[in-house]
Design a protein around this ligand. Structure first.
Ligand code: ADP
Ligand code: MG
Length: 306
């Protein structure tokens, strides 16, 4: 096992931030640690990275106990904290050099992580001149410097604009998959369900200090429904729409030519809707696909506190 958490409880004064939490993560898995604000995600990550001691229970990372062998855990773990403190007056290269020196890492590694995290065009700049997205890349580059077996990323995309967000997600996915990092285990926290869908193999949902769901994405997607909202240029009979494969429900809420078609399949059904329109001489004016099930599940499990 790459990460083993056994009955971890953490109290801050009278408050239980984690309540008897257990899970294991295998080598090479990319796991989303999902939960609303205050659920206990950062607390768990701080315990796994040895920055915080648990009140009860035990945990091991890369085979080493966090309480007994914290140095070994740190050696094998790359950590991107929630509020990543960067020395903003330093140049990117200088900062990574300083980090490499602190941890006794060969300087040749700096160029590698700069290129791997897409920092090359910004490498000559001062950190304070970088956008939030590029600062996150510097944080990721730092976390990767010592070729860790386990990456722990605390809300790596929070505060990024939509383009930066997509880029950082791609980057994390690639780290999980690349040759060099073949067996890298990634645990990333987020409060966004779509983020888990975009990056992870598995999701662990935590709410008020307890785990409420632990399942592979494959398994989750099996029972998933998908709603395609489509507007045609003309009226369509419900019976005709029902001939499209996997249709389980058809709604025509506004009475206009807008239909909500629910499909019981994980397969993207938009092409079939296009084919239907084409075969019936209809034009599609609008089309949206909504995968509602995972989002709903998250809201239900975490009590929909917004
Ligand atoms: P998340 O990262 O999921 O938002 P945290 O692990 O940061 O959640 O926090 C879990 C709970 O513990 C919250 O209610 C938070 O207010 C509380 N908490 C976190 N850190 C401290 C601390 N140093 N002292 C007291 N309470 C804390
Ligand atoms: Mg947090």
């Amino acid at each position: 096992m790459s990460i083993t958490v056994s009955n971890i409880t953490k109290t801050y004064g009278a408050q239980k931030a984690l309540d008897n939490v257990s899970f294991t993560i295998k080598e090479g898995e990319i796991v989303g640690f999902l939960g609303p604000n205050g659920a206990g995600k950062s607390t768990m990550m701080k315990i796994l990275t040895t920055y915080l001691a648990a009140s009860e229970g035990s945990a091991a990372v890369a085979g080493f106990s966090v309480e007994e062998e914290p140095k070994k855990v740190q050696f094998h773990t790359g950590y991107l904290p929630e509020h990543n403190p960067l020395y903003t007056d330093m140049y990117v290269k200088e900062y990574l050099g300083f980090q490499a020196e602190t941890y006794g890492i060969d300087k040749s590694r700096i160029v590698e992580v700069i290129s791997q995290t897409g920092l090359t065009p910004e490498a000559h700049k001062k950190i304070k001149q970088l956008s939030k997205g590029y600062r996150q890349r510097v944080g990721l580059a730092t976390a990767l410097l010592h070729r860790p077996k386990v990456l722990i990323l605390d809300e790596p995309t929070t505060g990024l604009d939509p383009n930066q967000l997509i880029e950082i997600r791609e980057l994390i996915k690639n780290i999980g998959k690349s040759e060099e990092h073949e067996k890298t285990t990634v645990l990333l926290s987020t409060h966004i369900m779509q983020e888990v869908e975009a990056i992870c193999d598995r999701v662990i949902i935590i709410d008020r200090g307890s785990i409420v769901l632990d399942r592979s994405m494959e398994e989750l997607k099996k029972g998933q429904q998908q709603i395609v909202e489509v507007e045609f240029d003309y009226r369509v009979e419900t019976v005709a729409l029902q001939k499209i494969p996997h249709v389980s429900k058809i709604e025509n809420p506004g009475g206009h030519f807008v239909y909500n078609i629910t499909f019981s399949t994980e397969k993207d059904m938009r092409p079939s809707v296009f084919d239907f329109a084409h075969d019936n001489g209809l034009k599609i004016l609008q089309l949206h696909q909504k995968n509602t099930t995972l989002e709903k599940l998250f809201v239900e499990l975490t009590g929909a506190r917004k």
